[in-house]
Design a protein around this ligand. Structure first.
Ligand SMILES: [Zn+2]
Length: 139
């Protein structure tokens, strides 16, 4: 069962940021939104899914979405990137965790959190025991 709840949209903040950028006389380097770290761009290219819309800054059609998961019950897996298929599996394996969706443009490095929501079946669980994973080795 897919029970998405407590969804928060950051569309207003996104629009405000974009409007501020288009304001004439904006000082360069002031709060540059195209500041995605190289690792974030790399993650977007490897794990992201196409956003299905153009980048609001450079009109690239490679705007990507990434889902990060956070939560006490996830233990060492908190803060990792998960695919929609993995999220669906996690939904039945954890009581509660937060998903933060981030859009990243690999061409101009624009990045912004687009929304967050909570998933999980609502049953409390203990965090999984720490195990070494492929991600620990390869990042
Ligand atoms: Zn772009």
């Amino acid at each position: 069962m897919w029970s998405q709840r407590q969804e928060v949209s950051y569309a207003l903040q996104r629009r405000a940021k974009l409007e501020a950028l288009r304001r004439p006389g904006r000082a360069l380097n002031e709060d540059d939104p195209c500041d995605a770290e190289p690792i974030l761009v790399k993650s977007a290219l490897h794990h992201g899914r196409l956003a299905g819309q153009e980048c609001p800054i450079c009109a690239s059609d490679r705007l990507m979405l990434l889902d990060y998961v956070f939560g006490d019950q996830l233990g060492q897996y908190s803060g990792r990137i998960r695919s929609p298929e993995e999220l669906e599996e996690m939904q039945d394996s954890f009581g509660e965790f937060t998903v933060r969706e981030v859009e990243v443009c690999p061409d101009c490095r624009w990045n912004h959190m687009t929304r967050s929501f909570v998933l999980g079946d609502g049953r409390k669980r203990r965090a999984p025991r720490r195990e070494e994973t492929v991600e620990d080795i390869y990042g």
